[in-house]
Ligand binder design. Structure first.
Ligand code: ASP
Length: 337
């Protein structure tokens, strides 16, 4: 794939070699993301960071990634304060904002909307999540994290055993992650979800067609046994018609230290795209696992910056020039990575 100028809308556009390229560039971003070196390779460039749905990690880490490459960030974080609330079309907004920006990240509640926006944009558009459809940068950082976590124990993505748990119907992160897993071989995948919130059938079929061994169950305890990784998800309340409907499923699947010890293999990696719903009635991933060495959720968020830096560096065609402007960080930085 030729990255410069390309929209990143779906993980379906990647071959395995593209994913490996992104990971290689992400690795090279570490000194900058970890505050050892500064680069100004994107000095003067502007990111239009447009989020028409709630976000903390994706919005801030895309912004932070752009800043770490030396660029400036302009944010729109609310439909109410944007002209979309006056009836402006995605086409017009895209034409306008792409005149102000060098690259755009967009999140929108409607599946397919980011693609529609990208068709009218004059600069590359990166999908920050379009409804229940896709979340490409999250899936890339999830796979990158998985590779590192399993790699540190001599394992690989090919041949791994993973359980995905929760709202698999509406969770765009598991949809995109599943698509990326289709590029790999011989994975044992257990899908744990209430019957009404099962993974879309076409994705399950495609996983099987890719040669993976897929089991679906609504029984969490049975599904937790014999995995290398658990990928937990939140009930996507915003995709239900009413909160009452979402409440039916909230709290059905919980992981805490006692359940982990009883049912999981020792050292099973625990992942979650976050936010985790920590309210008492949900508590899907308990705080009593916070210090567990296999809890990878904050390594996922740290890795997200590397992946997003790589996506900018590739789509703007500067990944080979980063070192040219590199200087030492002059301020005090505590070792935090
Ligand atoms: N942050 C992820 C997303 O935007 C997961 C979630 O919201 O549950 O899809």
């Amino acid at each position: 794939m030729d990255f410069p100028g390309t929209h990143i809308l779906s993980v379906k556009q990647f071959e395995l070699e593209d994913v490996e390229k992104i990971f290689k560039v992400a690795d090279s971003m570490e000194p900058y993301a970890h505050r050892r070196l500064i680069t100004k390779v994107l000095e003067g460039a502007i990111l239009g960071n447009m989020f028409f749905e709630p976000s903390t990690r994706t919005r801030v880490s895309f912004g932070c990634a752009f800043n770490l490459l030396g660029g400036h960030v302009r944010e729109t974080t609310d439909v109410k304060t944007s002209a979309i609330s006056k009836g402006e079309s995605l086409y017009d907004t895209a034409r306008v904002i792409s005149g102000y920006s060098d690259v755009i990240v967009m999140r929108h509640p409607k599946p397919g909307s980011v693609e529609e926006f990208a068709r009218a944009s004059r600069v590359p558009v990166l999908n920050g999540g379009d409804g229940a459809n896709e979340h490409p940068s999250q899936a890339l950082l999830d796979l990158y994290t998985l590779k590192k976590e399993l790699g540190s124990r001599g394992q690989d993505i090919d041949g791994m055993k993973i359980a995905m748990v929760g709202d698999l119907k509406h969770g765009r992160t598991v949809h995109s992650l599943s698509q990326l897993l289709m590029l790999h071989k011989n994975i044992k995948i257990t899908l744990i979800a209430p019957t009404e919130l099962r993974m879309p059938e076409d994705i399950v079929n495609d996983l099987r067609k890719s040669g993976h061994d897929v089991t679906e169950t609504d029984d969490m305890e049975a599904g937790l046994v014999d995995n290398d990784t658990l990928y937990l998800t939140r009930i996507q309340e915003e995709r239900f018609t009413t909160k009452i409907e979402a409440d039916i499923y909230r709290g059905r699947y919980r992981l805490n230290q006692a359940i982990y010890t009883r049912y999981c293999q020792p050292n099973t990696v625990i992942m979650h795209p976050l936010p985790r719903d920590s309210r008492a009635e949900a508590n899907e991933l308990d705080n009593d696992l916070n210090l567990h060495p296999s809890l990878a959720i904050f390594r996922q968020t740290d890795n997200g910056v590397l992946i997003r830096m790589a996506l900018f560096a590739l789509t703007l065609g500067v990944y080979e020039n980063i070192e040219e402007t590199a200087t030492e960080v002059p301020w005090y930085t505590e070792r935090r990575f």
